[in-house]
Design a protein around this ligand. Sequence first.
Ligand code: FAD
Length: 607
Amino acid sequence: MQTHQFDAIIVGAGGAGLMAALYASKGGAKVAVVSKLYPTRSHTGAALGGIGAALGNLEEDKPIWHAYDTVKGGDYLADQNAALILAENAVDAVIELEHMGLPFDRTPEGRISQRRFGGHTSNFGEKPVRRACHAADRTGHMILQTLYQQCIKNEVKFFDEFHVVDVLLNQGHCVGCVAVQLGTGEMHVFHGKATLFATGGWGRVWRVTSNAHTLTGDGAAAVYRRGIPMQDMEFYQFHPTGLYGLGVLLTEGIRGEGGILLNRHGERFMEKYAPKIKDLASRDVVSRSIYLEVRAGNGIGGKDYVHLDVRPATVNRYLAEAGETRRVDEAQIARALAETLDVCRTYAGVDPLTEPMPIQPTAHYAMGGIPTNVDAEVVIDENWTVLPGMYAAGEVACVSCHGANRLGTNSLVDLIVFGRRGGIKIAEYVKQASFIPLPPNPTAASEAEFKRIRTGKGKTRPYELRKELQRVMMDNVGVFREEKALSAGLEATRELRQRFRTDLTIDDQGHKFNTDVLEAWELGCLIDLAESTALSALNRTESRGAHSREDYKNRDDVNWLVHTLCYRKSDDPYENANPPLELNTKKKVDMSLAEKDPAFAPKERVY
Ligand SMILES: Cc1cc2nc3c(=O)[nH]c(=O)nc-3n(C[C@H](O)[C@H](O)[C@H](O)COP(=O)(O)OP(=O)(O)OC[C@H]3O[C@@H](n4cnc5c(N)ncnc54)[C@H](O)[C@@H]3O)c2cc1C
């Protein structure tokens, strides 16, 4: 076992982790970034569409309108103070990225170019606005490259291919984490004054997902297993346009460029569900509409998918119909959606310039996660009690600026804004804090669990259980939900945990690059997060944002303007207690904007 000591340990090297590392190091802290992937392979690199900021480069825009869209898009569950910070800080955060060298697309005058995106409007919902800043459809890739270079320049120390498996708590503080080095199988202890989790999402809980294979939520699970709650797990976003059968994401930017959703009759069905903003309605609305079309037998060829059409002739027809003067041509579409065309041609054999794309909703984004305040400090209860030394940012965190449903482009904003705030806060904190000692035997628990997994004498391979879990979650805890299916889903996750503990077998018994064991480890994490998602969803007897209950179709603002906190009460991080989980729904949603301006008060969402 090796021990490393740094002022700040950042777990994860996506946009959130890198931004936090950069700012902590700028503030004078000695910083280590521990990442299971080589940094530029993080999922942030897959973000295509853009990053939202009310720069107003092409038409009038204001941060307060961005905050309004965020609150409304989040179906009023967003903490309004956090949504306002997100929108206000977005402007200089994007300009700062540009100054660091990020090659944004530009207007002819040389300003950062902006495009439309679902749910982005001006003047409190009046009409669509161009707010998404982008570098072609490679925005996330460019963010990662830019931030990684800046971190290297600032002498942040990187530990790549180190898989964090446990978080260390002592004397009421977070004091670091335990990681397995992929190349050697050796355990490393990272001892820090501050530890920030930025480990991204867990789309791999579901069968059809846009998320990379690595998005298994192990950072979230490590924290959760040590008694820190998961907040708002029932709110998981399905992106409407995943490539049929594969789930690979086709960016909302396609509809931003004028792409249209069509059913088997060639009908633009979003006109029925969202007469005002149609195909650019927020993601929860579009995903549900696609499901309803499919259910009504309007899927293409009677199957469970519809078409997304961005052929110039189609786009121009609808632009003309809407009375717009703008027209598009092939070269323009090919330039703006270069990655998309490539993905469709490679994975589906479809050329979007000449054929419509087959699409279906795909599990995409966790609104829930580790609860934090607006400075990325982890809070552990409804009274916003801070756990000293522990921070979280990015998709793994729940600030909660996205509420029940995240708007497109707001995740990249979240990474940059709250990653930066976390980094600044950490730099301040480590200046006055001293190192709290490590707990005795810091690696004992995770080492024992690894040994148990490695030497399992069962009959089932991890991938078999994973497939079963993903099927169960897709069928029972997907876009539409109801009590019976949710209960069955919850029960199934518990049975799967049992099988994970008693019936597993691992082929590779070695220590070096043992991805077999690490995949099994990731499966354990997926099971924990799936269980907490199913229970939180079963408990919330209303429909709001991405959480759509067929047996409770209405939003219930009287009883449910609260966040869900889900705790694992077990002393053993790897074994459930009895009863296994505890829910707390006393954490109220921050309504500070609504208190000043009725525009922010909950009302029915009309599109
Ligand atoms: C295909 C796709 C397209 C998207 N497009 C957009 C978009 O256009 N606009 C937008 O706003 N959002 C978009 N999103 C969402 C957004 O990209 C993500 O929410 C965001 O990038 C997450 O960033 P992050 O920094 O939190 O984590 P990630 O970028 O996912 O990085 C996670 C990091 O944690 C590390 N890690 C994970 N587990 C461990 C562990 N156990 N030990 C050590 N390290 C660990 C990984 O190595 C990685 O470095 C998209 C998402 C997808 C999947």
